[in-house]
Structure formats: C-alpha cells, structure tokens
Design a protein around this ligand. Structure first.
Ligand SMILES: Cc1cc2nc3c(=O)[nH]c(=O)nc-3n(C[C@H](O)[C@H](O)[C@H](O)COP(=O)(O)OP(=O)(O)OC[C@H]3O[C@@H](n4cnc5c(N)ncnc54)[C@H](O)[C@@H]3O)c2cc1C
Length: 502
C-alpha cells in the first residue's frame, strides 16, 4: 500500500460531469486528482445533444470552439409509421432565437468528443485523468478525507479535503457515503444502443420508426465519425439476448421490414435500462455527488449529461471558495439549488416519455420536434430557463428592475464604459464575480475580486429590464446574486462578506 501526497479534491469518474468539475476547479488553482475506473476512454455517442445552457458553460470553460469542431451538421429527422410511410421530416434541433441566449438550439456532438475536449482543457492545466484507477472507499475525519484507490500499481490512500462522486448511476461514492438512491426501475424498458456502420440507408437524414412495441427505433448518421448512432427497444420479455450487431439487425428487420440494409463494424454497443431515481441529499460531510451519481431519469429530451454538467458548474466555484476559507455552509447551497432542478428533470422527463410513448407516429414527430424548438408542455429542454430564485444566495434589493436575483444572467451587447461594444458573456467569462451598473448612481464599495462595469446601451437595459439605475451582481457561474435599482455603499460588500474567503 502506498500513501500518496495530499490533494485538495479527489474527483471520482471522468465522464462529462467529473471532467467539467475538474476543469472548473483546475482553472481556479485547486489541487485536483480525477480517477477513472475504466482502462481506456469511452468511445461512442451516447449524449449527443449539447443544449443551450451547456454550451454557455462550455464557452466559459474555453471548450466550446473545440467542441464545435466535432459537431455534426443538423440533418433532418424522418419519422415513419408502422408501414414505413414517411409521416414527417424536419430539422429537430434548430431552435428559434431566444433573447439573451447566444445558443438557443443544440450542438450535436457525440459524448466521446465532449469528454475529449474537456480532457484536453484539463491537460492544459497540467492535470491528466488517471485511467484504471478505481475508488473503493473512504474514511473521513475532522480535517479531511482519506480516499482509497485501487489500480494495477496496488492500493493507494489519498488524503484530500473533499471527494466528489461523479461516478455515474451505480456510484460507489454514493453507496459508501450511505446516501440512498430512491425511485424505480422500469424492468421492461430496455434499449440496445451504440454506434456502427450501416450500408444501404439514406445518410442525408436521421431515421425514426416511432410505432412499435417498446418505443422508438432510431438510426442517425454521424458523418464526422463515419458511423451511425442507433437506439432500439429490446423485447420486454427478453433478457440474456446478446449485445451484438446481429441482435440489432434482427430488431431492425422486425421493426422496419426493410431489406437491403446491412450493419457492421460496431464501435460501441450497450444496453440502457430506464431508471428514475435520485438522491435525498447531495452531500454527506466531505463527500459530494454530481451528475448521474445523483439523478437518473428517462432519456426523453436528452437531459442527463446536460443536467450533470450544470451540477458541476454550480459546485465548482463554491467548492473552490470553501477551500480558500469561505464558510462551509456555502456548500449546502449546492444541494439547495440543484436538488429541485433534479426533481423537476425527473418529473418532466418521465411525463414527456409517457406522453411520447402514448402518441401515434405523426404526433410523436410533432412532439419531439416541438420539444427541441422550445414548445414542450413539460419543460424547456435547453436548460436556459433553470433559475435559483428563492435560493439563500439570491438577494433582491428591490423590485424596480426586471431581472430577478437567482435568474440566469442573460447575454447582450453593450457599451461597457470604454466606448467599445462588448458582449456581457465576455465580461462574465472567468472565475470572478461581475458587477453591472446601469445609470448614473455612484458605484458601491466592492472587494477587489469583483470586476465592475458601467453598462450603457438599449439592448442590455432591455434584457435586464432596467429603465434608470440598476445594479446586477453576477456570480461566477452566471446567475444573478444581487439585483435592484437602489443600493448603498455596503450592498455588494455585505453580500460578499457572507461568502468571504480568508
Ligand atoms: C443512449 C443514451 C443516450 C443519451 N443521450 C443523452 C442526451 O442526448 N443528452 C443528455 O444530456 N444525456 C444523454 N444521455 C445521458 C448521459 O449519457 C449521462 O447522463 C451522462 O453520461 C452522465 O455523466 P456522468 O459524468 O454523471 O456519468 P458517466 O458518464 O456515467 O461517467 C461516470 C464515470 O465514472 C466511472 N466510474 C464509475 N465508478 C467508478 C469508481 N468506483 N472509481 C473510478 N471511476 C468510476 C465510470 O467508468 C464512468 O467513466 C444518454 C444516455 C444514453 C445511454
């Protein structure tokens, strides 16, 4: 056994959530180790819809441009009925403009690409994912945590201040922390999915056979990687069928009746089981959870990775601040803000999944296309509408401006006092708090960590609902901390004193 040098945070799991958190902590100078049980990096598409809010997070972390380099062109989706007739063809992931949101639609890139660009970013901070390194348990004391890791090199004990479990639905961290994962498993709802090569299919569209037992069978070309991403429901009474190209070909033939289509060269094949579960707490002492380790739900609307990335982004700045001396209670606001979001995602994906399953092929086409174009009866799948109003970190000074404390701070073009036109998201980018001041009222006292900008211009005033004076303090994760039209010298300093670092 080896006792290694201490680090500040051990992140367990190098999926999209662990990597997002690692990037956010690393850019804040936090000591991080990120360990991954798998011996090689995942291949295969899985989550391919990077939604609007996630793109904003990725822009802030400096990975959006690289991810765009892997994005698939938005091809139309063609929906068939049970007789193989086309009932609708539409580009699903193009969304209409949303004021204050530069990326209203989805960027389509396989999850392996998302993970790769995050790993590259992390490497630029000098941190590499430790492959083949499994977290097996931990012990906690007043000062920190001792995480136990196992790899080919043997057993290792790592001293850290915190452990974050980003280790997916089967989370060992969650189990060792004794946190329950309450909910249900839909035993009869299983899906074969993966990436392979398809010959004999029109590759200018995605194909969706909506009608049939167990739900939709889909095949989407991924021209940049030269493969097709498929999903196919497995028979409810099945079990034990091989996870193979032949199994998919059989399901395809039964569902579509098409001849002349052949499948080969699987890159990745797996089985997905619908689970609707979430934790009853996000933290046990010095151990926290994020992503699938904390919540899993039906795939309708593609929310899993996107929700997990937002967990990580909410947690990163808080954890870094606590490590630098802010009160530990700041970490409690992570659960306070993210647990209601997870509950909402579970409820809405379940309702949406049921709604789609009960629809005919033309209806399901309309509903799916509508969902990705901002017309979903259950929720907004873009993540742009997520807010933390009512959080103990949201402070409303008065009611005289439109934007509310806890809202996502919208983007806009403005004059930031230099005469130059700037983008607000460019002012927010980084690890700092940003203070936007509208009007002529004198600036309040601000600690050095806050970047202050006097904002002029109609577009920004309109987005923030300001007619005269306005003060908007924006958190490092892009949410409004403090908002109002009247303030005194101490308004900002008093707010930040509550989150003060030593
Ligand atoms: C077919 C399919 C389609 C999907 N489509 C979408 C979509 O369009 N949009 C969307 O948002 N989501 C989608 N999802 C969901 C998405 O893939 C997950 O929500 C996402 O992967 C969760 O990320 P994560 O980092 O929390 O966990 P994971 O991606 O599961 O990563 C966890 C990592 O932890 C590692 N690990 C586990 N235990 C240990 C241990 N003890 N020690 C060290 N490492 C460990 C695992 O090997 C793994 O690499 C889809 C999922 C599937 C299956």
């Amino acid at each position: 056994m080896e006792a290694s040098a201490a680090t500040e945070v051990v992140i367990v799991g190098a999926g999209p959530v662990g990597l997002t958190l690692a990037c956010d902590l690393a850019r804040r100078g936090v000591g991080v180790r990120i360990v991954e049980r798998a011996r090689r990096f995942q291949v295969g598409t899985r989550a391919r819809g990077v939604r609007g809010r996630t793109q904003e997070v990725f822009e802030d972390l400096g990975v959006l441009d690289a991810l765009r380099g892997h994005a698939e062109a938005p091809l139309p989706s063609r929906f068939y009925d049970k007789d193989g007739n086309t009932v609708r063809e539409a580009v699903m992931y193009d969304a209409p403009p949303v004021p204050g949101a530069p990326y209203p639609g989805s960027l389509m890139a396989g999850q392996h690409h998302t993970e790769a660009v995050l790993r590259e970013r992390l490497a630029s901070h000098g941190i590499a994912v430790e492959l083949g390194c499994e977290f097996t348990g931990y012990a906690e004391d007043g000062e920190g945590v001792t995480a136990v890791l196992r790899s080919v090199g043997g057993r290792e004990e790592v001293r850290a201040r915190y452990v974050v479990g980003c280790d997916g639905a089967g989370s060992t961290v969650r189990k060792r922390a004794g946190i329950s994962f309450l909910g249900e498993t839909w035993e009869r709802q299983r899906m074969l999915f993966g990436n392979l090569t398809a010959d004999g299919l029109d590759d200018s569209v995605a194909h969706l056979w909506a009608e049939g037992p167990g739900g939709m069978l889909s095949l989407a070309p991924m021209p940049r990687s030269g493969t097709w991403f498929f999903t196919a429901p497995l028979p409810a009474d099945g079990g034990g069928e091989p996870v193979s190209v032949e199994a998919f070909a059989k399901l395809f033939a039964e569902r579509t009746g098409l001849s002349g289509v052949a499948f080969r060269d699987p890159v990745y094949l797996s089985v997905y089981q619908v689970n609707i579960r979430m934790v009853d707490r996000y933290r046990a002492g010095r151990v926290l959870l994020a992503g699938d380790a904390a919540h899993v739900h039906p795939p309708a609307g593609g929310q899993g990775m996107n929700t997990g990335v937002q967990d990580a982004y909410n947690l990163g700045w808080k954890l870094a601040r606590v490590l630098r001396g802010a009160p530990e209670s700041l970490l409690d606001t992570y659960e306070e803000e993210r647990m209601p979001v997870a509950r909402h995602v579970l409820d809405t994906t379940t309702a949406r999944g049921r709604h789609w399953a009960a629809s005919g092929p033309a209806q399901v086409a309309d509903r799916m296309v509508g969902a990705f174009q901002g017309k979903d009866p259950f929720s907004d799948v873009s993540g742009l509408g997520v807010h933390y109003r009512g959080s103990s970190l949201a402070r409303q000074l008065d009611e005289s401006i439109g934007v509310r404390a806890g809202d996502r701070a919208p983007d806009a073009h403005a004059d930031a006092g230099t005469g130059e036109r700037v983008r607000l998201f460019d002012l927010f980018r980084g690890t700092h708090f940003t203070l936007l001041l509208f009007g002529n009222r004198p600036a309040p006292d601000t600690p050095a960590e806050v970047r202050v900008h006097r904002i002029a211009g109609d577009e920004a005033a309109r987005r923030y609902g300001v007619e005269g004076d306005g003060l908007v303090l924006v958190r490092p994760d892009g949410y409004v901390a403090l908002a109002g039209g009247a303030w005194d010298d101490r308004s900002v300093a008093d707010y930040l004193a509550l989150l003060a670092v030593e």
